[in-house]
Ligand binder design. Structure first.
Ligand code: ADP
Ligand SMILES: Nc1ccn([C@@H]2O[C@H](COP(=O)(O)O)[C@@H](O)[C@H]2O)c(=O)n1
Length: 201
């Protein structure tokens, strides 16, 4: 099994890069674990309280469960990946059965913050896009796909996204084996990653 970690700031294009990598691989040879699925359960909080959570701080993530699930996949076991709702800011009652595959891709803003998780990755990739580009993409995406309005996105950006990016996300670029510049679509980098995967399989 080849386990690839793909980190990078919000809006850097991690999900897009993952889709570009996997769309040429047979579906039964790859599975994806998204860090967003592993936001801690907050059933004890009201909706109002959940809107105030700092979702860009490592303490918001259930790293123990990601490590447990990744280890289980490595041991050939099927896992029940949680499903997260950006509308309710909580996990839903659903789960997605995720089968062990030859290639496992884990993507998320904070995945290189956990040493235990880092140690499970065979290849660590950091997707980079400039701050203004990420903000523009985030505004567009959160309004069209995540049910937010402009004030919500900009307030969250100023209060948590920007400082947390500087404190926790950008420094983890140093752990990367490969940095993909993604201000524009970077087909060369995607081809290189695909070649590495094919060689290792
Ligand atoms: N290289 C790129 N050029 C232009 N837009 C991009 C690029 N990569 C991603 N996007 C767009 O930016 C938005 C955020 O990308 P996404 O892959 O969801 O980022 P992340 O998973 O890092 O938050 C999406 O709407 C996506 O279509
Ligand atoms: N309820 C939530 C949970 C998380 N976020 C934001 O999602 C970002 C991470 O996802 P990406 O796909 O952009 O990597 C992160 O920056 C959180 O602020 C949210 O808005 N609401």
């Amino acid at each position: 099994m080849l386990i690839i970690g793909i980190a990078g700031g919000t809006g850097s294009g991690k999900t897009t890069v993952v889709n570009q990598i996997i769309n040429q691989l047979p579906a039964d040879e790859v599975c994806v674990i998204s860090q967003d699925s592993y936001y801690k359960e907050t059933n004890n909080l009201s909706y109002e309280e959940r809107t105030k959570i700092n979702f860009d701080h490592p303490r918001a993530i259930d790293f123990d469960l990601i490590v447990k699930h990744l280890t289980a996949l490595k041991n050939g076991e099927i896992i029940e990946q949680p499903v997260y709702s950006f509308v309710t800011h909580n996990r839903t009652k659903d789960t997605v059965k995720t089968h062990p595959r030859k290639v496992v891709i884990v993507e998320g803003i904070l995945i290189f913050n956990s040493e235990a998780l880092r140690n499970l990755f065979d290849i660590k990739i950091f997707v980079h896009a400039d701050t203004d580009e990420r903000l523009i993409r985030r505004v567009r995406r959160d309004i069209t796909e995540r049910g937010r309005d402009i004030d919500e996105v900009l307030n969250r950006y100023q209060d948590t996204l920007k400082p947390m990016h500087q404190q926790f996300i950008e420094p983890t670029k140093n752990f990367a084996d490969l940095i993909i510049p993604n201000d524009r679509f970077n087909t060369v980098a995607i081809d290189i990653v695909r070649t590495v995967i094919n060689e290792r399989l």
